[in-house]
Design a protein around this ligand. Structure first.
Ligand SMILES: *Cc1c(COP(=O)(O)O)cnc(C)c1O
Length: 400
């Protein structure tokens, strides 16, 4: 089941895509004089940069690709260590490993985002970058994160794949460090099937990230630029059909966030009003979150287990592939020197928190996140109230 943007698909997406289809010009590059060229990818980049306040944006083919291009631009290389939280989508780890670097697992706190104190404890002379992940739409606590990156001279790349449009203390996520990376896959706030965006305000880094995304070419390449390419890139280009679809979705962002935040507030308040003992909500680091999910925390794992069961759901630790313990391909990774870096249960605090956590859906209905119970972005007020009542009725006997 997909994310909120999917539910709001309509004429706008069709019209944007149709404009491209009628001319048949599908490449992101073209001449401004060519009436067939509708520069949808370019418009997407411009609008997204404008919306976030970043100077530059590069549209790419996925969030994973966005993370890779950020690291490539920063010169993250084999042997470097990159700090990554133990609760994230597997792509944060795999992008680091694809660059030849080693992800270093960091604990989360009760916001389900990176515990910056633990990140500090895991810094070694090899640490080059830190990737806080704004998990389930909730901003990581950026003040200490930025301070740590500055103090220790680390590159800061925000993984905003689950938090497009969110802000922290009035500043858009993705603008706190060198780079912000976003995903447009089916489960995200807005989607174009697949796709990604990266933002930066550093022009030299923009040029390098752009180059990595397209065989070393300069931004908005004209022709093949033989003799001018300064770095080796790959191909992470977005095409015009994807760009057109994403553009229509991006223009619905305000509406989507408004719906999510309003519905989450009603759902949360209704549950809160029952004053269930021993039931807490995860810490939200800023009201500028995306409000895609509502996470409850119970006092111990066995209670959480019973709560999840009665809801027909799972605790977050068992919910699927966003938990490092459930990433067999990462756990079994062996580096070029034959060294293993990861093992199950290496993050006891993360394990404890996730074993006590149950995710309720608000806008992202994804059993991979454990959101088998909850509402969605189209739920009416009556449906939200009904779900909250149902929650209280089912959970109260267990914890009351
Ligand atoms: C979705 C996601 C990604 C990767 O995005 P893709 O577009 O699927 O490559 C990376 N990090 C996090 C936290 C994500 O949720």
């Amino acid at each position: 089941m997909p994310g909120p943007g999917y539910y709001l698909f309509g004429e706008e997406e069709k019209n944007e895509v149709f404009e491209v289809l009628t001319t048949g010009h599908l490449s992101r590059y073209g001449s401004d004089e060519d009436p067939k060229f509708k520069h949808k990818v370019y418009s997407l980049e411009q609008e997204f940069a404008g919306l976030t306040g970043a100077a530059h944006c590069v549209a790419v083919s996925s969030g994973t690709g966005a993370l890779m291009a950020c690291m490539a631009a920063l010169g993250v290389k084999p042997g470097d260590e990159v700090l990554v939280p133990g609760y994230t989508f597997v792509a944060t780890f795999s992008a680091v490993i694809a660059m030849g670097a080693i992800p270093v697992m960091v604990e989360i706190d009760e916001s389900l985002t990176m515990d910056i104190a633990d990140a500090m404890a895991k810094i070694t002379p090899k640490t080059r970058a830190i990737i806080p992940v704004h998990m389930l739409g909730n901003p990581c606590d950026m003040d200490p994160c930025v301070a740590l990156a500055k103090d220790k001279g680390l590159f800061l790349i925000e993984d905003c794949c689950q938090a497009l449009g969110a802000s922290y203390k009035g500043k858009m996520l993705g603008t706190f460090g060198e780079f912000g990376a976003f995903s447009l896959n089916n489960f995200k706030v807005i989607n174009s099937g697949d796709g990604g965006l990266l933002i930066t305000s550093d022009t030299a880094l923009y040029e390098r990230a752009f180059g990595f995304h397209d065989q070393g070419h300069m931004p908005l390449r004209k022709g093949s630029e033989i003799g001018k390419r300064t770095l080796i890139g790959i191909n992470l280009r977005m095409n015009e059909l994807t760009g057109a679809f994403a553009l229509a979705q991006l223009r619905k962002l305000d509406l989507i966030l408004c719906l999510l935040r309003t519905k989450k507030q009603r759902f949360k308040q209704a549950i809160q009003s029952a004053h269930l003992e021993g039931l807490q909500f995860r810490k939200i680091n800023d009201p500028g979150e995306c409000a895609t999910l509502l996470t409850v925390l119970l006092e111990d794992a066995s209670t959480a287990q019973k709560v999840a069961e009665t809801l027909g759901s799972k605790t977050v630790d068992k919910s699927g592939w966003h938990v490092y313990n459930n990433m067999e391909q990462i756990l079994s990774y062996v580096d070029r020197d034959g060294q293993k870096h990861f093992e199950k249960h290496m993050l006891p605090r993360t394990d404890d928190i996730l074993s006590r956590a149950v995710n309720l859906s608000v806008g992202v209905v994804d059993s991979g996140l454990g959101t088998d119970f909850g509402i969605n972005i189209m739920s009416t007020e009556a449906e939200i109230d009904h779900k909250a009542e149902q929650f209280i009725r089912l959970v109260k006997p267990i914890i009351g």
